[in-house]
Design a protein around this ligand. Sequence first.
Ligand code: ADP
Ligand code: 5GP
Length: 227
Amino acid sequence: MSLRRPLVLVGPSGAGKTTIAECLVRRHPERFRFSVSATSRAPRGSERSGREYSFISREEFEEMIASGELAEWAQVHGEYYGTPVENLTGLTEAGPVPVLDIDVQGARQVMRRGIDALVIFILPPAAAPWLARLTGRGTESPEGIVRRLRTAREELGEATTFEEFVVNQDLHEAVRQVLEIADGGAGEGACDRRVEALCRELDAGAAVEIARIRGRGTADEIRKEET
Ligand code: ADP
Ligand code: 5GP
């Protein structure tokens, strides 16, 4: 059975949502297309308007909110992000479904509005590789990393309220699991103790990293303080 619902990927920054979405679209263009969000943040590196995001001003974004052009929107890390309604309309039996790479608040709005979407929470496999990926991407300043880790801690706290999880250790395996869930297969399950324990580990790792970047104490001292 092929997925006919929009696919929503949520999870902490650096979990691999964008990478997984790109992989799905590249490998299965007949099944998936990337939902290009609007944002008020400035483009990074080689990002181009209309490809990664539609880069617009805060005023233009506020006009889109006022005129009901957004299916969901949120302020993330101080900037506006949102999904244009038109990204979710015009789904046909044969055409590809949109893949949304959005934050937890946005995913909740999608569900609240009764949009029939498949929401999958993407988790990194452990704190150390997660933090290495987040910093290794080279796109964020230390303050940017701290902001993302703070948001990540909030999102991890809500993780178990979602129903489907994929742990992104090996990218190909993660993409395979997303496809399996999209095809109606069983996911990890909200009550899976492994997911809960992983979220706790990631949260503790994020707390230590935030404190390290802000330059107070050794990792051991920080761990003691945070627990
Ligand atoms: P997100 O969209 O969730 O913020 P990204 O897709 O930007 O995360 O991934 C963060 C970084 O981790 C990127 O540099 C990406 O190339 C890398 N990455 C993603 N998945 C994996 C994986 N399974 N193994 C190793 N590196 C990965
Ligand atoms: P980044 O600036 O790193 O590209 O994205 C920051 C965060 O914004 C990520 O968690 C991403 O999932 C989220 N995001 C991107 N587009 C949207 C969107 O259209 N709506 C919402 N709610 N969040 C988004």
